[in-house]
Write a protein that binds this ligand. Structure first.
Ligand code: ATP
Length: 773
């Protein structure tokens, strides 16, 4: 989340009273947003309020609008739903209701409102703000309030946070809750997959999304579904035949299971509803498959928020308070959005308008317009899905001279999503006419076994890769070894197997491997081919990107672990756990996990651990345990990266805390170790793996056909794909190696997330550290 200023804003003119509300359908992560707004408000010297039960609370007033203290939101990050309640409120649709709401807000002295909800809630918010001056006038003219009373409230400050499971707001890449919901859906489909495979059955899965097919499309991409139905982009006129032909072809190729995902708002190009049962009948009668329907329903809303939603909710909550404090009467109401990895403010009115336009375009059968109203990423995923499921290859095949033999290789430790990327690459290659050649077990596999009977170099058939979408680990095998182990043999193999391009997935070793190959090009002609690195590592320490595949899976494994541990710590009341995280010399995982679980402190290698830090944190623990007396969510967690200090090990820190607690609280340490690599990769890692995997191949396609000299002189002929701020881009290896890589500590020189540590501290109440003894 680059470029957000995380320092607590300073109030120039007295205390503001900022209220936060959740509205519309509940979404996982709403509690994290409320926590962040409340704590950031208090940390900024203002007073925080919560409006209970959405707009209904605003209309009812009284106890429904309550002041919130720091401790009131303790532990909220790990709670599902919304603890301040939500409601659909008819009264707020009427001016009378909004007038009462305005009166209640003035009564409580509230001058700013942060609303977390879907497009309906944000429409209501926008209407409320637009009407506010006339509502205030009416309060005076009707005698409900005096001029004197309303004077400080002439201007209403409103900020929107998008909390909705179906990701239906057009101007943001993700809404708070959508990735948790996707996780729930994918979990269910993964379970169904096993039984579908066993019985060779077909399953039709209905997921939420009246006007928005994001959940359906992403579920299709991450589970390797055969067909999806989205409201924005209905299938062709003879969709019945199209679907049966694709499913039938996949079966002919040997696939044992069929998954079709239907958004609840699915329809054909004439807007006739397409129901799961219609799909089931077709699959049963036309394709002859034993077919079942599963409607996931409210399961999709349930449960605790995934790591990404907790982080998004927290950073956006902080940003919302900042927006409130910076607003002038002229500032249009903002909604807090995210573009790739960058938190941004956009106009609330425009966001709502563009979203409503998508629904209107669907109604007008302008499906191209509806797709254009979604973000560019949505279109890319749609295209990727089609490449992966296409059966009529002739539609997509490149001319012969553009078809490549692509080497696919995994380097380094396994990371969730490596297989999803490789599956997508294989399917894409076969659709476009390329030959996917797997180089098994990394560079050592190539060096040692390329001549064996069981050669480590093999073309991958479609069916083999087809099952890899949701698999953890590395199906083609991965290894930390580098090509420099025997560059001559590597170069020989590239020539022998006639590789035209190299597609590499992995972490810092993968980056190093491609750097070595790039440098060795001067010596070996066979290496003068385009190469691309797709960063995949739990540590997220690859230069050239702010996100590596696998890091989200790791964060989810870590927060599940920490939630369980915190429960134990809370149950025994006064206990602090010191948890050791992976991450090598990068504190990314520790910091973002800290943000997502509400850690008391995070110790990173970048900052190190000073004795005084421990002294100050023990003091903080004493203060907090004192204040928490009787509180049910009083377990504390400190996260320590494995390389944060040579002296203060995780166990040592836990012992020091125990010793210094004076018997007032207990301390334990815990090391989740390889649990952090995760079992099944998270949907975010899977979908991004697909997107990066295919984009990387398209990048190689652009380079292919260049002469050896052109390859040598084109900086992008060896590149890293990554998210940088608001964009996904390719960066030239040579430049990244030279300017952006801290080779000694194996991490980027300027880590984008460093500023997040101050947010973890602000929200846990940890004062700025003095550092010195
Ligand atoms: P979800 O995406 O989960 O459906 P949502 O925020 O879109 O969430 P809605 O039911 O559309 O959910 O809206 C929630 C509440 O916002 C409504 O019950 C109503 O109180 C208020 N609201 C919605 N639209 C308006 C409007 N045009 N004018 C005033 N209030 C509105």
């Amino acid at each position: 989340m680059a470029e957000i200023n995380l320092a607590p804003p300073i109030m120039p003119d007295g205390k503001k009273k900022i209220a936060v509300m959740t509205s519309g359908g509940d979404a996982p992560g709403m509690n994290g947003a409320v926590r962040a707004v409340v704590r950031q408000t208090i940390a900024s010297g203002c007073t925080a309020f919560a409006v209970y039960e959405g707009y209904q609370g605003l209309v009812d007033g009284g106890d429904m609008i309550k002041e919130m203290k720091w401790e009131d939101v303790r532990g909220w990050l790990s709670e599902g739903g919304t603890l301040i309640g939500t409601a659909r409120c008819m009264a707020f649709h009427e001016r009378k209701g909004r007038l009462t709401a305005a009166n209640n807000m003035i009564e409580k002295g509230i001058d700013a409102l942060v609303i977390c909800g879907g497009d309906g809630s944000l429409t209501g918010a926008d209407r409320f703000r637009g009407e506010w001056p006339s509502l205030v006038d009416e309060l005076v003219s009707s005698g409900m309030r005096t001029e004197q009373e309303v004077k400080p409230f002439r201007h209403l400050n409103i900020v929107g946070l998008v909390g909705s499971i179906d990701n239906d707001l057009s101007t943001t890449d993700a809404t708070i809750g959508c990735y948790s919901s996707l996780q729930r859906i994918c979990q269910a489909i993964d379970f169904i997959d096993a039984t579908a495979f066993s019985h060779q059955r077909a399953f039709v899965i209905e997921v939420m999304g009246r006007h928005c097919g994001w959940l359906a499309l992403m579920a299709g991409v991450s589970t390797g579904a055969d067909f999806v139905f989205l409201p924005e982009n209905p299938p062709s006129e003879n969709w019945q035949e199209e679907m049966c032909s694709i499913v039938g072809k996949h079966r002919e190729l040997g696939k044992r299971k069929t998954i079709v995902v239907v958004a609840e708002g699915a329809h054909d190009r004439d807007l006739n509803a397409i129901s799961p049962n219609m799909v089931k009948d077709l699959l049963s009668n036309k394709v002859g498959l034993d077919t079942r329907v599963t409607t996931l329903g409210h399961v999709q809303r349930g449960g605790t928020a995934c790591a990404y939603d907790r982080m998004l909710a927290t950073l956006q909550g902080v940003e919302a308070v900042k927006a409130v404090l910076e607003a002038t009467p002229e500032t249009p109401s903002p909604v807090i959005c995210i573009d790739e990895n960058k938190i941004v403010r956009k106009g609330l009115i425009e966001a709502v308008q563009i979203t409503k336009d998508v629904a209107k375009k669907i109604e007008a059968k302008d499906f191209a317009g509806a797709m254009a109203g979604r973000d560019a990423e949505f279109g890319e995923y749609w295209q990727a899905f089609n490449y992966m499921t296409a059966t009529n290859k002739d539609d997509h095949k490149l001319p012969k001279e553009k078809q490549m033999r692509v080497g696919l290789i995994h380097v380094g430790a396994p990371a969730g999503g490596m297989n999803a990327a490789t599956r997508a690459a294989v399917a894409y290659c076969l659709t476009r006419g390329h030959t996917p050649v797997a180089l098994h077990n990394g560079f050592p596999g190539l060096i040692r076994h390329h001549d064996d009977e069981m050669s480590s170099v093999r073309e991958v058939p479609w069916l083999e890769a087809e099952n890899w979408a949701s698999k953890g680990g590395s199906e083609i095998g991965t290894n930390r070894g580098l090509p420099s182990e025997d560059m001559e043999t590597v170069a020989h193999c590239f020539g022998k197997y006639k590789l035209d391009a190299l597609w590499v997935v992995g972490g810092f070793e993968a980056f190093t491997a491609v750097s070595e190959l790039r440098k060795a090009r001067a010596q070996y002609d066979s290496l003068k081919i385009p190469m691309v690195v797709i960063p995949a590592t739990v540590s997220n320490n690859v230069p050239g990107t702010e996100y590596s595949i696998g890091s989200d899976t790791c964060l989810n494994a870590l927060i599940d672990y920490c939630d369980a541990i915190r429960q134990s710590a809370s149950a025994s009341r006064r206990r602090v756990f010191v948890v050791e995280t992976q991450g090598g010399a990068s504190g990314y995982i520790a910091t973002v996990a800290g943000l997502s679980i509400g850690a008391l402190a995070v110790y990173t290698p970048e900052e190190g651990i000073r004795l005084n830090t421990l002294v100050e944190d023990i003091k903080l623990l004493k203060d907090q345990f004192q204040k928490d007396q009787g509180h049910t969510r009083s377990g504390k967690i400190i996260l320590r990266n494995e390389k944060a200090s040579k002296t203060y090990s995780t166990e040592t820190i836990a012992n020091i805390i125990k010793e210094e607690s004076g018997g007032k609280f207990d301390s334990r340490f815990a090391v989740p170790g390889h649990v952090q690599q995760g079992g099944t990769p998270s949907p975010m890692d899977r979908v991004r793996a697909v997107r990066f995997g295919i984009k990387a191949l398209q990048h190689l396609e652009e380079q292919f056909g260049s002469s050896k000299d052109q390859i040598m002189s084109n900086p992008l002929s060896s590149a890293v794909i990554g998210i940088r701020g608001a964009r996904v881009k390719f960066s030239p290896m040579e430049k990244i190696e030279r300017e952006e890589t801290d080779w000694k500590d194996r991490r980027p020189k300027n880590e984008f997330w460093l500023g997040l540590t101050s947010t973890v501290d602000t929200l846990s109440g940890r004062p700025a550290r003095t550092g010195a003894l």
